[in-house]
Design a protein around this ligand. Structure first.
Ligand code: MF3
Ligand code: CO
Length: 260
């Protein structure tokens, strides 16, 4: 069941989306060599709470943090820990805020200090593929059209797409129908319609698409231990096209020199 949102509900969804975007802008200032991912988690919890939001990942199906932390080969759902970030790492921060009864979900992969060209290119292509997906998400198109656009963009540049995890609808719940995969055939799946709210979140691997999930059932890494990047926006179909409710602007304002 896909819950379409009214224009009024979409206006309310902008509230958690704005808080989430600002939270990520705050975190951007802290991502540097030597910081622990637990510290980042603490900052996020405080920032969300201080601004009337709730960290929706914390306790979700037992998840132990406010942030999902994705260092290098970690694809998704890594736990915050006492491990320090190191120069040359990439770290995806994926998190969900609840406010006014609605959710917003967003991910950004950051460079820790200077990163090599291969990681820079992986992050750039992954970020671009998110916008390619957004561009394909017009009213009347099918989910398969979005998925295929992302897949084609990344694979033509030599990367692979994780298939076991996908984007999703969003609203009062973090995960609603429909599923939004990052691979697949054009012309299949549900049609995008006015009021649909979805998260598009390509997870792109430098090497093979295969993943391994840890015994705790959460933490997911590439099988070949090559890096993976991940970006995500929460979007609403308004006036015939997908409009991002979340934004990377606060991140890029916070770290203009490290945005490549
Ligand atoms: N963007 C992630 C997802 O859609 C957020 C997961 S939060 C968690 O799966 F609590 F499930 F980890
Ligand atoms: Co998501």
């Amino acid at each position: 069941m896909i819950y379409l949102k009214t224009p009024e509900e979409i206006e309310i969804m902008r509230i958690p989306a704005e808080l989430l975007s600002r939270t990520m802008g705050e975190l951007a200032l802290w991502v540097r060599p030597g910081v622990t991912t637990r510290k980042l988690d603490t900052i996020a919890r405080e920032y969300m709470a201080d601004n009337g939001g709730k960290p929706a990942c914390l306790g979700y199906a037992g998840f132990p943090g406010a942030l999902c932390i994705e260092v290098n080969e970690t694809v998704v759902h890594g736990f915050p820990s006492d491990t320090e970030l190191r120069e040359g790492d990439i770290v995806g921060i994926d998190t969900v805020v609840e406010k006014e009864g609605f959710m917003a979900d967003m991910c950004y992969t950051f460079a820790v200090g200077e990163i090599d060209q291969a990681k820079t290119a992986l992050c750039r292509t992954t970020r671009e593929s998110l916008y390619v997906g957004i561009g394909a998400a017009v009213e009347g198109a099918r989910i398969g059209d979005v998925a295929n656009a992302i897949q084609t963009y990344c694979e033509s540049r030599g990367y692979s797409l994780v298939r076991e995890m996908c984007g999703h609808g969003i609203g009062r719940k973090m995960h609603e129908a429909p599923e939004v995969p990052n691979y697949g055939r054009r012309g299949i799946g549900p049609r995008l319609t006015e009021g649909m709210c979805i998260c598009i979140e390509p997870m792109v691997n430098m090497g093979s698409r295969n993943i391994v999930i840890s015994s705790d059932g959460w933490q997911c890494r590439t099988r070949d231990r090559k890096p993976s990047a991940h970006y995500e926006h929460t979007l609403a179909i308004i006036d015939g096209k997908a409009q991002p409710l979340t934004t990377f602007d606060y991140i890029h304002q916070a770290i203009p020199d490290r945005f490549k």
